[in-house]
Design a protein around this ligand. Sequence first.
Ligand code: MN
Length: 238
Amino acid sequence: MDRRMIIGGVGAAGVGAIAGAGFARSARAQSDAPFKLPPLGYAYEALEPHIDTATMRIHHMNHHQTYVNNLNALGAQLGDVAKAPIEQTLSHLSSVPEAIRTAVRNNLGGHWNHTYFWELMTPGGAKAPTGELKTAVDAAFGDFGKFKERLAASALGRFGSGWAWLVVDKDKKLAVVNTPYQDTPHMELQAKGAVIGVDVWEHAYYLKHQSRRADYIAAWWNVVNWDKAAENFKKAAA
Ligand code: MN
């Protein structure tokens, strides 16, 4: 484990020990479970000062872990969902047995969204798209500044919890969309793929920004991994 993560961990030794034991137990219980919490590719504090350490830790270890746990708790009911590629399940939710469909929608959606979100952020990345993605963004929205305004407006326009996205839509055009709760662009929208996406649930920003979602979006632009976005675009547009 990264030493900085330990130092940045729970302050009180007693609480830390209890939390540690619980974590070890859940890790053992998960060893043969179909869904697992993916590790972050960076430390919890790596996105400071834009995304704060406490938010990153709670968001990953608690919120994302809960979606994973809820999926695994479905056990044998998961059937094919346990083995199928996640994006295939999400784009064919009507094929999931009705008894578990809502749980799969919420928790497999949450698992996919958060896995995607962690990979889309990086410390010290480029501040704007380049290459083919830049050309496509400029063509679709005018320029990068106008695109950022569109995405922010979509993120602010999502009432309650959800996500805002730049997608390659079902007609293979770049589009800004948003989805409620843990819905993904694969569901009703049947998008070819998500180029970037931002979590606008309050749990993603409330500790640092309280109710100021616009401030969080403004800070979030500083941590977007545009190399990953370019990769997402290439895959979605193929
Ligand atoms: Mn979240």
